[in-house]
Write a protein that binds this ligand. Sequence first.
Ligand code: 5GP
Ligand code: MN
Length: 320
Amino acid sequence: MFDEVIEVINSCSTFLITSHARPDGDALGSELAIYHMLRDMGKDVVVYNQDKTPAVYEFLPGSKDMIHFLDSVDGFEAVFVLDCSDIERVGDEKDKIGSIEKIINIDHHASVGTFSEILLVDSTASSTGEIIHRLMKNMGVTITEDIATNIYTAIMTDTGSFRYSNTGIDTFRAVADLVEKGADSRQIAKNIYETKPAVQIRLMGKALDTLEFYEGGRVGSIYVTQKMLQNEGALSEHTEGFVDIVRSIDGIEIAIFYYESSKDLFKISLRSKETVDVEKIAGKLGGGGHVNASACRVEGSLKAVKEKVLGAIRTVCNTL
Ligand code: 5GP
Ligand code: MN
């Protein structure tokens, strides 16, 4: 698995790195870890994301170097597509990115896309960051403080600060190594969880006013519309983590967060606490993800979208 990736790293000198639209901590930390590693090796590297970096992640070393406009991909010998089960998820530039000769896909999703021949995929890994840490150990490269900070952030955010079931013994071994290499666990947690703007908490209050329960309290949902964002002066990135508030309620097995991204288009985040496979539910609606965390996009009015999602839940979980 590692050999093919290492061969491309050693034989090429110009790289593009990208990940999914609306990047999260795992996407950004993974991209920037690879960015620093390749730069330390003397390579030419560009990191492109369709969407700008959410403010809470701007502390990540290298984040200012990212670009959000891709002119031409001529000259890139290889591209790293990270934390992305499907090339569609990189956004509008998927065709350009897909045309680069060597595509390396490093990911921890169960459903793996067919867009790349060079795969480093482990669906049991907590995060793409954890796989990248393994790759670096395998290569014997120096894990600098900048790399350690990025990978630690990737792992911490994708494991919900080491609370989710994807957190294994290997995860703790990896983060112990990263702290040893200079990742400041307290400072990173503070940057991510304790720097929210007040508008985000106000928006959270409005979102919580929409709380609804179904299936005897085992399913719960909240929503945010564009109007609610405007009223509070908040941004879409401020909704990160809202679905987890619903999951934190006693008795909830499935948490749903409906986010109106534009008129009659909703991004739906699904979370489960125990055994319900929300990837199957998201899959029925054209999305995907992991057993306990998935997402999809559904068109229609809020009422129609709610009915579709609840219908998919009832089909997949006939014993809820
Ligand atoms: P979130 O709700 O945090 O945006 O996404 C939860 C998980 O669902 C992500 O870790 C990712 O694996 C997956 N996911 C998010 N959006 C999409 C999507 O549009 N398509 C697919 N296949 N998976 C998604
Ligand atoms: Mn991830």
